[in-house]
Design a protein around this ligand. Structure first.
Ligand code: F0G
Length: 472
């Protein structure tokens, strides 16, 4: 392995006219500003997480830095018709609000971002909010929101001269990292919990050429091992504590605002795992307001599975002051995380935007996933916590029926086909304590029907299906 080249924040300016893109690394706890990060990407002074800031924006909402809200909106729209790779990327087309790569260094891009915002009519009726949309981040190149962050952080890893990148993952980060490492000519090391990663995600990491280690522990255990590995070996950490990743993930919120014609929705609802994504989206809303692109922020709320609910407990039991880690267990394996790294960042976003937290049961997740599927959209189990949580927030009156709501769907339906097949065959909860409660899911189940190869048999099935109510 090549020796480690020390990471710096010398994000040299891409275009000399765009001096506003100079960024710094600042500790979220002690506020110290650093030129470089330690290998664990933590504050060298106090050990907490770092975030990227743009000091030039401080004065007059970015105008002093030459950022003008209406010019930015026009420039970002105009790039959509460009043939340049960085303009076609739904991340780098927002590069005025991202850390800039040094001249001579190209972004590693798979044309990530540019994901659709779908109307969700059936789910809207079910939740009782007519204006319901889904921002489908599962429509990214590797099928999850991770790509928007990976294009930025992998590009910086390559700029810094790293040959190896690494992550601990519940599956999606590893798939994304492996793809971007391969595109960027780097090697990748993946640590995943043995037996708790869906086959779809695991197969992606293998195909993109990652060295994939299944450790006999959970995600939190993989994270602990990886932190030791990066101290000992010259590998670049690409988990979401990497602040460059969150800068990329931020662009999903910017793109969402653009799709809403810069009129903020009232609520944005995201699943919570390691809590990087909620932190990134919230950072974007705050920055877009600071730069005058929006006048009002959406309330950003985070939903967790009941069995993996450290943020919910932290907010409810300590008012967000102290993390309450949990031993995580949920079939939504992507968010099976008990000790989230970015909890402080997420708490700050909840407070700054006026959002809330909620938790949902395994049965509620399975039902909501089928409902999102019935809208012709589909998603992986972790993403479905958003609709399940929304139903609760409407009942509680936190979300009003007149308000506009956007669910962030984080992963593609095909990420976890085993969950979907078991659900429709009616055996997702077989042999578990939830088996009897799961009876309420029967109306949503559409098991494959095995028939003789005859038109009569198919016509009979069609006629039977016709007599069944179409609506859930
Ligand atoms: N949804 C999906 C589909 C995910 O894969 C993840 C996280 C989340 C939601 C939660 O996002 O961690 O930013 O709060 N997956 C990580 C991984 C942990 O390793 O793929 P978060």
């Amino acid at each position: 392995m090549r020796p480690l080249i020390e990471m710096t924040n010398q994000t040299t300016i891409l275009d000399p006219k765009l001096e506003q893109t100079v960024s710094q690394l600042r500790c979220i706890e002690c506020g110290a500003v650093h030129k470089s990060a330690s290998r664990t990407l933590r504050c060298p002074s106090c050990g907490d997480l770092l975030e990227i800031i743009y000091p030039a924006w401080k004065t007059s909402g970015g105008r002093a830095a030459g950022l003008n809200a209406s010019e930015l909106k026009a420039l970002w729209r105009q790039r959509r018709s460009s043939r340049a790779a960085v303009d076609q990327s739904g991340v780098w087309r927002f590069r005025e609000v991202l850390p800039a790569l040094a001249s001579g260094h190209e972004a590693i891009t798979l044309r990530e971002g540019n994901t659709p915002l779908y109307e969700m009519p059936r789910s809207a009726r079910i939740a009782g909010v007519p204006h319901l949309y889904a921002k489908h981040q599962g429509m990214n190149p590797t099928g999850s929101f991770k790509d928007t962050g990976m294009t930025v952080s992998a590009s910086f890893a390559r700029q810094e001269g790293f040959r190896w990148v690494a992550c601990a993952s519940t599956g999606n980060t590893s798939a994304s990292m492996a793809a971007y490492a391969a595109r960027g000519g780097m090697r990748s090391l993946v640590l995943i919990p043995d037996g708790k990663v869906s086959w779809g995600k695991l197969s992606q990491a293998l195909d993109y050429g990652a060295v994939t280690c299944q450790l006999k522990t959970d995600f939190d255990g993989c994270m602990r091992v990886l932190n030791e590995v990066v101290e000992r070996m010259p590998v670049y950490l690409l988990n979401s504590i990497n602040p460059y990743r969150l800068e990329g993930q931020k662009t999903a919120a910017i793109e969402l605002l653009e799709q809403c014609d810069w009129q903020s929705p009232d609520h944005v609802i995201v699943p919570g795992g390691n809590l990087g994504n909620s932190s990134a989206l919230g950072k974007a809303f705050l920055e877009m307001r600071e730069l005058g692109l929006i006048s009002r922020m959406p309330k950003l709320s985070v939903i967790q599975a009941e069995g993996a609910n450290p943020l919910v407990r932290t907010v409810r039991e300590t008012s967000g002051k102290r993390l309450i880690p949990v031993q995580a267990e949920t079939m939504a394996t992507a968010i099976r995380i008990g000790h989230p790294a970015s909890w402080k960042k997420a708490v700050r976003v909840l407070e700054a935007t006026g959002g809330t937290v909620e938790q949902v049961s395994e049965i509620e997740i399975a039902q909501a996933k089928a409902e999102i599927g019935a809208d012709g959209v589909g998603c992986e189990p972790a993403s479905a916590v958003t609709l399940a949580g929304l139903k609760k927030l409407v009942k509680q009156g936190f979300v009003k029926p007149s308000e506009t709501v956007v669910l962030v769907l984080t992963g593609h339906l095909l990420k976890d086909p085993e969950f979907t097949l078991k659900f429709h065959r009616g055996d997702l909860f077989s042999g578990t304590p939830l088996e009897s409660q799961a009876a309420i899911l029967a109306a949503h189940e559409r098991a494959p029907i095995v028939l003789d190869a005859s038109a009569d048999a198919v016509v009979k099935t069609l006629e039977q299906a016709e007599t069944l109510a179409d609506e859930p």
